[in-house]
Design a protein around this ligand. Structure first.
Ligand code: ATP
Ligand code: MG
Length: 429
């Protein structure tokens, strides 16, 4: 097939068979966020490249090698957003909605773009639901974010399959002191580090902690620990968070090597990880970024947020067989009409029924083939009932009402009584 007729590698169509599960997932999250008082914000998909460089950090994987960057026709350098936090901070600053210390609890959903090596759970266009909270600095809000995701895993049936990892990166001062100690230690072992880590040692030493390289990992066993460098305030914050998670009964493990890829994090960082997806195990990740807004030119504004990868969670729901049964049925009632006059009547009747039962999922199929072939379609649609309207039914102003899933015999129902009858036998969400 010609290349222009293929989607770009790592950018996927989400086909009609898959969208019910996506909508179920997105709808569940949206309802939960509504219930906790979070409000949706929608940002553009493209921003000035500079925004991401400034907020994410020049020496991160994203900015160094993953961004889709291009010059537009004005010669401005633009980038398809690789994540949502930068644009969200830009938006709150631009609209001045945090500058007076107002609390903002915001969430967003949409595609993100990173030029990575495509594989299961890792794509070049992927989708996140993320949220950001501004002007709340205590551990209670960090806890709320985690509690909310814990509730989400509960609703989705995923609690047993995910694990919470936590760490504190401290304030930028304590992180600075730790960085110095880490660099000193690693420099003494530089010949044992893998190449990537040697490079990171110079550019972004905390990222060395993140290495997958066994030899470097062996060196790290004796490396200084961030926990020993935390200032009192960060320590108290972390204890406060843990106490709240304990109070709700959310299990966690402290992972001192959890540093997150981006420069802007401070104090709390966390990841929800799973072993059900192979190498792409992080399904939700976030943390606190108290310095970011100021660094981007705003007033000092505490912030905390997270983002979850929708593809990975959808994959998990499938892998663990947590796709709700009812998603397999997208049609309640399938109306088959035969003959020109009956088709007209069927259209008018279906509109009357929709007026009375606005949530009914009714599909009408007129003029499409023989009785037998229409019936096959009705059955294949997954509908619970077929309605039949031919010349005889038209003359008597009735429909044939045929259960398709073995719930009894076919009967004849008067048009006037049809909506009431359907209301009793189709359970509507
Ligand atoms: P990873 O370590 O897997 O590369 P990350 O730390 O780069 O993840 P974040 O920037 O924290 O990821 O994004 C939050 C979430 O978005 C991730 O936990 C993951 O679920 C999802 N995600 C990130 N990159 C991708 C991708 N290329 N394809 C699919 N999902 C992704
Ligand atoms: Mg990544």
């Amino acid at each position: 097939m010609s290349k222009s007729l293929q989607a770009i590698r790592g950018m996927n169509d989400i086909l009609p068979e898959q969208t019910p599960l996506w909508r179920y997932f997105e709808g569940t999250v949206a309802r939960l966020l509504d219930n906790y008082g979070y409000r949706q914000i929608r940002m553009p998909i493209v921003e000035f490249t500079e925004l991401f460089k400034r907020s994410i950090g020049e020496v991160t994987d994203i900015v160094e090698k993953e961004m889709y960057t291009f010059d537009d026709r004005n010669g401005d350098s633009l980038t398809l957003r690789p994540e949502g936090t930068a644009a969200c901070v830009r938006a709150v600053l631009e609209h001045g909605i945090t500058g007076g210390g107002q609390v903002q609890k915001l969430w967003y959903i949409g595609p993100m773009f990173r030029h990575e090596r495509p594989q299961k759970g890792r794509y070049r266009q992927f989708h996140q639901i993320g949220l950001e909270v501004f002007n709340l600095e205590g551990p209670d809000i960090d806890a709320e974010l985690i509690v909310m995701t814990w509730r989400l895993w509960g609703e989705l049936g995923l609690r047993d399959a995910v694990k919470l990892e936590l760490n504190s990166l401290g304030t930028s001062e304590s992180r600075g002191r730790y960085r110095e100690a880490l660099v000193e230690f690693l420099s003494a072992h530089v010949d044992k580090l893998d190449e990537d880590s040697q490079r990171r040692l110079k550019t972004n030493p905390l990222r060395v902690l993140d290495t997958k390289h066994p030899e470097t990992q062996a060196v790290l066993v004796d490396a200084p620990k961030m926990a020993d460098y935390l200032d009192d305030e960060s320590r108290a914050h972390f204890e406060g968070l843990k106490a709240r998670l304990d109070a709700v009964g959310i299990p966690y493990v402290i992972n001192p090597k959890l540093v997150r890829g981006l420069d802007y994090y401070s104090k709390t960082v966390f990841e929800w990880v799973t072993d059900k997806l192979g190498a792409q195990g992080t399904v939700c990740a976030g943390g606190r970024y108290d310095g970011l807004v100021e660094q981007m030119g705003g007033k000092p504004t505490p912030g905390v947020g997270f983002a979850m990868g929708i593809e990975r969670l959808v994959l998990m729901l499938e892998a663990l067989d947590k796709v709700p049964e009812e998603l397999s049925r997208q049609v309640d009632v399938y109306l088959c009409a035969f003959g020109e006059a009956a088709e007209l009547a069927a259209l008018a009747l279906s509109e009357r029924i929709r007026d009375q039962l606005p949530n009914l999922r009714l599909q009408i199929n007129a003029g499409a083939g023989s009785f037998k072939s229409q019936f096959k379609k009705a059955d294949k649609s997954g509908a619970l009932y077929a309605l039949i309207l031919g010349d005889d039914e038209l003359a008597q102003q009735v429909v044939g009402f045929k259960p398709l899933r073995g719930q009894g015999e076919q009967q004849s129902i008067a048009w006037d009584a049809l909506a009431a009858h359907l209301a009793t036998c189709v359970v509507q969400g």
